[in-house]
Design a protein around this ligand. Structure first.
Ligand code: CU
Length: 466
């Protein structure tokens, strides 16, 4: 019989990893007692090809940033369990809805069927009901960091903002690492943000530009331990509703091995990573000389009609203990099949626009209608989409089921190292993307991943047909 086991997260850091929001736990071995120890949510791990999970959605009071706050939770936690699986596994997930409104579940980034009881975001699980999802992961599902969240249009923004998002890890990235790095410490660094109004995270009238508390795994400025010279794998994931993070680690660089759970063909490095809502980066980081450095989000503006986010510290990286020689990082990583060589079956232009004062957001001049098919594409073909932004703020293009290759930004060719499932659309600009429609028939959405915009219309439907 297949079993699901619950284990503490974070190889090499089990002592500090049991603690998460809503639970007290062991402290991690950091030098200063006043610091919040780094911790990860517990994990539900597949065994013998199966993971059985029950997620109960409800309203709960949780401890968050030193205060008691009413939030929407999975299993009572603001930072719910991480689902950890392998390619080829099956996920049997029962979603129990104890909210006074409908909800549902999306497994963001999975290349999987969008139909029936799989990654079907057109389902509404009504109050007091439960639903049994069955997901059959392809044997070649890409390893990396994914996430799950409510996709309950038009209530996605308030539900995710109030807490309904968690992480998914598909194991296997280690396979591409050199032997000396296969067993390095892995850390989930899930970026999740909230505001408090009258003792609760607001679920109406959310202003993404208002003062916001940014957390790592639900913790404010935790201390992340590393040894001088040590290489760690960090799984950066923006699992918030609306805001972008512009992530920077003082004095260090991020070495990207996967973007949106697509392993890269060659490792690239950056000192700052722009992370719009929904995006993920799996990165290698190396401990600097003993001392402290800030993991921060730098100030970022999404345009004249958009938001302005201040610089904020996300975590404090504490380098201490015996130094180890810095490992040589890999250059070549995974295989990537460049879509620029594909024959293009169809070219389309998709336009994102808005009427900000009226809170209306459009794709191709239309508000979302779940009954309408906006694009019909053929299975096993490649299409090229020019996605234009006709507004004065950035939007985050996202599509389910099939990831895309970024070909150009504002006409400037982009040298992609793999696929991605989110991309920021420049103000009054455009990107060109290519995608292959593989393996799965059915209808699924593409939309702005700023969930406020999605809820207010910026979503459309594609149907993949034979
Ligand atoms: Cu948008």
């Amino acid at each position: 019989m297949a079993v699901a086991v619950v284990v503490a997260a974070g190889c090499g850091d089990a002592a500090g990893s049991r603690r998460h929001v809503g639970e007290t736990g062991a402290t991690s071995p950091t030098p200063t007692l006043s610091e919040t120890p780094f911790a990860e949510p517990r994990q539900f791990v597949s065994g013998h090809g199966l993971l059985k999970v029950r997620l109960v959605v409800g309203v709960r009071s949780v401890r968050l940033a030193g205060q008691t706050v009413r939030a929407l939770t999975y299993n009572g936690d603001y930072m719910p369990p991480t689902l950890r699986l392998r390619p080829g596994d099956r996920l049997d997930l029962t979603l129990v809805n104890n909210l006074p409104e409908q909800t549902n579940l999306h497994t963001h980034g999975w290349h999987i069927s969008p139909m029936d009881s799989s990654d079907n975001v057109y389902l509404h699980i009504h109050p007091g009901k439960s639903y049994h999802y069955t997901y059959r992961l392809p044997a070649d599902l890409a390893p990396g960091t994914y996430w799950y969240h409510s996709h309950a249009h038009p209530r996605s923004e308030p539900q995710v903002f109030a807490g309904l998002s968690g992480a998914i890890v598909i194991d296997g990235l280690e396979r591409h690492l050199p032997s000396g790095l296969k067993h390095i410490t892995q850390r989930l660094i899930a970026l999740k943000d909230f505001q408090v109004r009258n003792g609760a995270i607001p679920t109406a009238g959310i202003d993404s530009n208002a003062p916001t508390t940014r957390t790592v795994n639900g913790l404010v400025n935790p201390a992340i331990p590393i040894r001088p010279g040590e290489t760690q794998l960090w799984r950066l994931a923006n699992i918030g509703a609306d805001i972008a993070y512009n992530v920077h680690l003082e004095g260090s660089r991020f070495h990207v091995i996967a973007q949106d759970a697509n392993p890269v063909d060659s490792v690239w490095s950056a000192d700052t990573l722009l992370m719009p809502p929904g995006s993920r980066f799996d990165v290698l980081v190396q401990g600097s000389a003993a001392g402290r450095s800030r993991l921060e989000t730098l100030a970022y503006t999404t345009g004249p009609a958009g938001d302005s986010y201040p610089q904020e510290t996300l975590a404090t990286v504490v380098s201490s203990g015996p130094a180890t020689p810095r490992a040589t990082l890999p250059m070549k990583f995974a295989h990537f099949s460049d879509l620029r060589k594909d024959r293009i079956a169809q070219r389309r232009t998709i336009v994102f626009s808005e009427n900000e004062p009226q809170k209306k957001f459009y794709i191709d001049g239309k508000l979302f209608d779940h009954r309408r098919i906006d694009v019909r594409a053929r299975l096993n073909t490649t299409e090229e989409w020019t996605v234009r932004n006709a507004s004065d703020e950035q939007h985050t293009f996202h599509i389910h089921v099939n990831d895309f290759q970024l070909i150009s930004v504002n006409g400037k060719p982009y040298e992609a190292h793999g696929l991605q499932d989110t991309v920021q659309l420049p103000v009054r600009g455009q990107v060109v993307v290519r995608m292959r429609f593989l393996d799965f028939l059915g209808k699924y959405p593409y939309h702005c991943h700023i969930l406020n915009h999605e809820d207010h219309g910026m979503m459309a439907n594609i149907q993949v047909v034979r």
